[in-house]
Ligand binder design. Structure first.
Ligand code: MN
Length: 381
C-alpha cells in the first residue's frame, strides 16, 4: 500500500471565465459582438456577432441551468483561484495547466479582428486572475485561428507575460488550412522560439454556434459514442505535425494532447511507421527519423482514469504519459482524485508513478518545484 496521499500535477484543468469578461475588457463596440447567452425555460439564445442560435437546454428544474453553472455549483473553485487552491490541496494536486472553458465563440466568429481582440482579452484575464493567483496555476494562451500573423504576435506577447503554453483547438476553421500545411510554419517557429508547449485539448474542433460541441451522434449509445470519438482529433493533430515534418523541422517543439488518454501514443506511432515503411514510394515528406520516434521524443499526452495509460509508460516505453485531473469537469477526478491515483499507482514501481504524476509534467514546465512529499512514505523494501 502506498502513502495515504499521493500528490500529482495535472496537465489538464480548466478555469470557468466570468460572464462579464469581455464587457470589462473590451470597448462596447467589440464586447457587444462577443458571444452572449440568454437563458429561457428549456432553451437558450446564443448571440454571436449578430447571429442568433437557439439551443435546447436542460430545464432548470432538472437541477442545472447551464453547463457553466452546473460546473460552478459542483466545484466553486472553478472560477475562484483561492477556493481552487483549497480544492487542489484537498485532492492532492500540485501544479496544473489550465485551459479556457469558453470554446464555442472562437470558432463561431468569422471576423479576425474580433477574434484577436477576444483572445487578447481572455489571455490578459488569465494572466491576471490565474497566473497572478499562484505559481501553481499555469494558464494556456488562446490564439486566433483566423490569422497566423496575429497568432504569432500573441505567442510573443503572452510569452513575454510569462505564459508557458498555448492552447490550440483539435481542428482548424474551414477557411484555414489544416495543421499539416506549411502555412502554419511561422507559428510553429514562434512557439518553439518562445519555449512554449503547444497544447491541443481534445473536443475543441471548430463548430458553428448552432451545433453543439461534442455531439457527433444521437440515438442509441450516443453519450458513450460522443465521449469516445471525442479523443480522435488530438491524435490527428499529432499525426499531422509528425507526417508533415513540422516536428522534424522544430526539434525543440513539444506537443501536449490534453484529456485524450495516452495509450494511443504507441499505437499511432506503430501505425505511422507502417505507413512510412510500407507506402514508402508514396511518402512525400521524408523524415530524418521514423514517425514513432517523434511521438516518443516530442509528444506528451494526458489521461485521467484510463486503466491502460500507465502501461504505455511502464511497458511500451513511452515516457511522456502525463496524468491530468480535468478539474472541474464531469469527466474529471474531482471528488475522487485520491481513489483514482491509488487505483492507478498502488501496484506500479515508484519510478513509474513519479514519472507519470510529476516528472513528465515538470519536463514540460521546468522550475515549478516539487509537490509536497507523499504523506507516510512507503517503507524501503
Ligand atoms: Mn480537459
Amino acid at each position: 500500500m502506498l502513502a495515504s496521499k499521493i500528490w500529482a500535477n495535472s496537465a489538464d484543468s480548466h478555469f470557468v471565465e466570468p460572464a462579464d469578461l469581455f464587457a470589462n475588457a473590451l470597448p462596447a463596440s467589440l464586447a457587444d459582438r462577443m458571444p452572449k447567452s440568454e437563458k429561457f425555460d428549456g432553451y437558450e439564445i446564443l448571440t454571436v456577432d449578430g447571429k442568433q442560435f437557439k439551443r435546447n437546454m436542460p430545464k432548470p428544474n432538472a437541477g442545472m441551468v447551464s453547463m457553466g453553472e452546473a460546473v460552478n455549483a459542483r466545484a466553486p473553485g472553478a472560477n475562484n483561484p483561492q477556493l481552487r487552491l483549497k480544492d487542489l490541496d484537498n485532492e492532492g494536486i500540485w501544479a496544473e495547466l489550465t485551459f479556457p472553458s469558453i470554446g464555442i465563440w472562437a470558432s463561431s466568429i468569422d471576423d479576425p479582428v474580433l477574434v484577436n481582440a477576444g483572445v487578447m482579452a481572455l489571455n490578459d484575464w488569465a494572466h491576471e486572475y490565474i497566473a497572478g493567483a499562484s505559481p501553481r496555476l499555469l494558464p494556456t494562451a488562446s490564439l486566433s485561428m483566423l490569422s497566423i500573423e496575429d497568432a504569432v504576435s500573441e505567442v510573443e506577447r503572452t510569452a513575454a507575460l510569462g505564459f508557458r503554453a498555448v492552447f490550440m483547438p483539435t481542428g482548424t476553421p474551414d477557411s484555414v488550412k489544416q495543421y499539416h500545411y506549411d502555412d502554419w510554419e511561422p507559428l510553429w517557429a514562434a512557439i518553439e522560439a518562445a519555449n512554449m508547449v503547444l497544447s491541443f485539448h481534445i473536443g475543441t474542433e471548430p463548430v458553428s454556434a448552432d451545433k453543439q460541441t461534442g455531439v457527433a451522434f444521437r440515438g442509441p449509445g450516443g453519450a458513450v459514442l460522443n465521449h469516445s470519438v471525442n479523443t480522435f482529433g488530438g491524435q490527428t493533430c499529432v499525426m499531422q505535425m509528425v507526417a508533415s515534418g513540422a516536428l522534424d523541422r522544430h526539434p525543440s517543439l513539444k506537443v501536449l494532447v490534453a484529456e485524450g488518454g495516452a495509450t494511443w501514443g504507441p499505437f499511432v506511432g506503430d501505425r505511422m511507421n507502417e505507413a512510412y515503411r510500407q507506402h514508402g514510394a508514396y511518402v512525400r515528406r521524408q523524415l530524418s527519423k521514423l514517425p514513432k520516434q517523434f511521438i516518443y521524443e516530442q509528444v506528451y499526452a494526458s489521461f485521467q482514469h484510463d486503466e491502460s495509460a500507465v502501461a504505455a509508460m511502464q511497458h511500451m516505453g513511452w515516457q511522456n504519459v502525463v496524468w491530468g485531473s480535468d478539474y472541474p469537469h464531469l469527466e474529471g477526478t474531482f471528488g475522487h482524485t485520491q481513489k483514482t491515483l491509488h487505483e492507478l499507482f498502488d501496484d506500479v514501481p515508484d519510478y513509474v508513478r513519479k514519472r507519470v504524476t510529476v516528472g513528465a509534467f515538470n519536463e514540460l514546465f521546468p522550475g515549478l518545484g516539487e509537490p509536497p512529499a507523499d504523506e507516510n512514505p512507503p517503507e524501503e523494501t
